[in-house]
Design a protein around this ligand. Structure first.
Ligand SMILES: [Zn+2]
Length: 289
């Protein structure tokens, strides 16, 4: 028996002799570190946890170096919520403008919402898919996205509380042989998975949950990876961003504030440049390298 796969890990598995694969994720430390010093209302925090679990599941499908992000914009109580995962299993997430949110209802939080899924390969072509947030929860909206884009049947279950977030994803593998039998196997496994409870996603190690749901099936565990909260911000990236704003803009910020201060919205790290340092970004442009 292998070690228990639990918090802050993502696991891929398949069902032997079927054309169905699965992924399981559970976040604890990476989730609380993402929350950090942000003070979100409880329902907003739980939704952020679901976004983080979801993007971790999607990130596990990246077959190249890059980033995948899940972003929802709405006219509801949450104008913007987004979560990101890299192919190195680093995750981060943010909510904007929802400090005063009081609802616990998905459609009030994300009224008239659109969900964007962006895949950004390093040095490659960026791809974005969009789907209206019409389902009853994030999982249902993701299923709708898969239905429209990949046409591989996919089911998703997500859960989050104040400490943990978790998720389970089942997906049919491509291929057309034995379609009738494939359909039956898929239905059978989905029926079993549908009994999963939020508590089980949040509390149980992967092996225990998979045994509980699929004990008569041949589940084969594949790779598992540790996930961690890691912000991709840096002083160097902040410098590039300031340079792209242009000298005039930076001068006007120095005039108003005496310095240039940039706070990363994800991790709240502050990057400060006094007037001399800020001007040097432009003066030293060529000679520094
Ligand atoms: Zn940051």
């Amino acid at each position: 028996m292998s070690d228990q796969i639990a918090s802050d890990q993502i696991l891929r598995f398949i069902f032997d002799n079927t054309a169905v694969s699965g992924k399981w994720v559970q976040l604890e430390r990476s989730y609380t570190e993402t929350l950090g010093n942000h003070h979100y209302p409880p329902a907003v925090q739980r939704l952020l946890g679901e976004f983080l679990a979801a993007v971790s599941l999607l990130g596990a499908t990246l077959k190249f170096e890059g980033t995948i992000s899940l972003q929802a914009r709405s006219t509801g109580e949450i104008p913007l919520i987004m979560a990101e995962a890299t192919s190195n299993h680093e995750i981060r997430a943010i909510v904007h403008g929802a400090e005063l949110s009081i609802s616990t209802d998905f459609h009030t939080l994300l009224a008239n919402g659109t969900l964007g899924i962006t895949i950004d390969p390093v040095g490659g072509q960026r791809y974005q898919g969009l789907v209206a947030l019409e389902g009853d929860n994030l999982a249902a909206c993701l299923e709708e996205y898969f239905r429209r884009s990949e046409q591989l049947p996919t089911r998703v279950w997500l859960a989050a509380d104040a400490q943990r977030a978790g998720g389970l994803l089942l997906q049919e593998l491509p291929g057309t042989s034995g379609i009738e039998r494939k359909r039956e196997q898929w239905q059978h496994l989905v029926t079993l998975a549908q009994t999963v409870q939020a508590d089980e996603l949040l509390q149980l190690p992967a092996q225990t949950l998979l045994h509980r749901l699929f004990h008569q099936e041949d589940v084969r565990l594949l790779r598992s990876d540790a996930l961690q909260f890691q912000c991709s911000c840096s002083r160097q990236r902040t410098e590039s961003m300031l340079v792209s704003l242009g000298r005039a803009e930076i001068e006007s910020i120095i005039d108003e504030q005496g310095e240039v201060a940039v706070t990363c919205e994800f991790c709240l790290q502050a990057y400060r440049f006094d007037a001399v340092a800020a001007r040097q970004l432009f003066d030293g442009g060529e000679s520094r390298h």
